[in-house]
Ligand binder design. Sequence first.
Ligand code: S3P
Length: 165
Amino acid sequence: MSPRVVLIGPMGAGKTTVARLLADSWGVTARDTDDDVETADGREVSEIFVDSGEAHFRALESAAVADALATHDGVLSLGGGAVLDPETRTLLEGHTVVFLRVGLADAVKRVGLGIGRPLLLGNVRSRIKALLDERTPIYEAAATHVVDTDGRTPDEVAAEVVARL
Ligand code: S3P
């Protein structure tokens, strides 16, 4: 079993929303690894970060991604940091992986105050800038397709993904 498409990209790219739109248009289900981690652990992502630390969250996330890649055949969206794990990047090889690209201004607009996103505590804009600078090359290397999301609605982004696959 293999997801029809895997969406990667930073917070504010619209992965979860676009995943639902794609799933609706294809008549399949959408799954998100943040949701899987929360269901398995019983706590929200932000609580796991604060109570148990980022490393613990990353271990749960890697296991959730491996499970979803092996068991889900709909649309799969990954948490923004999932591709930081080299083993996860290896697991992604051979899958259709779409990097939803977003620039700083649109990402900042979309995450708002960053509530529920522990990595954005402090100055949201400077935190997002640092994450985009660090991770954009990683997303690009892991992706089979890149779709720009700046200035576009989730519907427009989903339509381009459908057209490109
Ligand atoms: C993270 C992104 C979040 C969530 C966690 C860490 C990251 O997911 O997994 O807060 O490292 O970029 P979204 O990209 O779905 O917001």
